[in-house]
Write a protein that binds this ligand. Structure first.
Ligand code: AMP
Ligand code: MG
Length: 333
């Protein structure tokens, strides 16, 4: 049985007991819900891969509370990373450093690096402080499905598979953390997110971006997998391909296929009464709603026709990365 409990003294004590005994607990963060286990405990970390059906070469991020000394977990923290920590932590930024090998090797799938994150969500901080352990956690969904941004989303995927979901309400950020490689001369973005390239450049001057090419060696192993996918069919069009999207909608609807258009708010007036779900207006709003909207669509639609929002830099890079992996033929599939 899976319990959903508000975060208080009782649920935290229950969570701590589960973690100490080698189990897994779902907890809220400002990005998406995580599925956490004790990073020192190999059997517990293996359990996470098993529960999610996650490929065993896709490493996990270790989550710690804001007063935790990460110096015991990683080494060679460059000066620019200190600045970024100061500016963005706690927050939706994951930093990859050389590992000290203190946590289970299964966390990083044998890599000599470790990804560390300090979430800002008050419920996450309470949980991490209460257990006072580094918690290895991927998103709390079945592997490749849409990431969860509410306790109900976690339940829909993991009911009966985990004992406890700590309920911290809806996640405000909505897309996973920015993953930043901090092992080189300059930081390199491995996965875009709410801490944007522009924000990093403004803080430390330079920031690279790593683009995985099909068939190539993935520097961040998660890149080569299909992700965030709704359970129905999907199609994806560029923001300037609306006519093609509408043609597909009309063709499929004529065949009796339940079809929904997923698009940004400004496109709605051009849909001529066709059925749609709106992602919202601003990049931040679209990030925050994207996964909930994909889950909403898959409940009723047999086909989602996604129309990419217009490019506008910043957080939009993260939104487009997730949307194209969920609905399109993005290079990272
Ligand atoms: P998820 O837990 O589903 O949010 O995925 C975690 C992301 O962080 C994946 O894209 C991983 O490939 C990436 N990641 C975790 N650990 C490392 C690491 N040591 N080096 C590079 N990327 C990592
Ligand atoms: Mg995930």
């Amino acid at each position: 049985m899976t319990e959903i409990l508000e975060i208080d003294e009782n649920s935290l004590a229950f969570a701590k007991r589960i973690i100490k005994e080698g189990g897994a607990v779902a907890f809220p963060t400002e990005t998406v819900y995580g599925l956490g286990a004790n990073a020192f405990d190999t059997a517990a970390v293996n359990g996470i891969y098993k529960i999610k059906g996650r490929p065993s070469d896709n490493p996990l991020i270790v989550h710690v509370h804001k007063d935790y000394d990460i110096g015991g977990l990683v080494r060679d923290i460059p000066q620019y990373a200190e600045k970024l920590k100061e500016e963005f932590l706690p927050g939706p930024l994951t930093m990859v450093f050389k590992s000290r090998g203190a946590v289970s090797p299964v966390v990083s799938c044998g890599l000599d690096t470790l990804a560390v994150r300090v979430p800002s969500h008050s419920g996450a901080q309470k949980f991490l402080k209460y257990v006072d352990l580094p918690i290895a956690a991927p998103s709390a969904n079945i592997s490749k499905h849409v990431s969860p941004t509410s306790a109900q989303h976690v339940l829909a995927d993991l009911e009966g598979k985990i004992p406890l979901i700590l309920d911290g309400g809806r996640c405000s950020g909505g897309i996973e953390s920015t993953v930043l490689d901090c092992t080189g001369e300059i930081p390199v973005i491995l996965r875009s997110g709410l801490v944007t390239r522009e924000m990093i450049e403004k803080t430390v001057g330079a920031c690279g971006e790593y683009a995985y090419k099909e068939g190539g060696v993935a520097r961040s192993p998660g890149m080569k997998y299909k992700h965030y996918s709704p359970s129905c069919r999907t199609a994806m069009f560029g923001w300037n391909e609306l006519q093609k999207a509408l043609e597909l909608y009309d063709e499929e609807t004529a065949k009796g296929v339940k079809t929904l258009i997923l698009c940004e708010e400004s496109v709605i007036s051009l849909l001529g009464g066709r059925k749609y779900v709106s992602l919202g207006k601003t990049p931040e709003e679209m990030a925050s709603r994207l996964y909930a909207k994909l889950r909403e669509c898959e409940k009723t639609a047999e086909l989602i026709v996604a129309v990419a929002p217009e490019e506008r830099g910043g957080v939009m890079a993260g939104v487009m990365n997730r949307l194209s992996k969920a609905c399109g033929n993005g290079y990272e599939r």
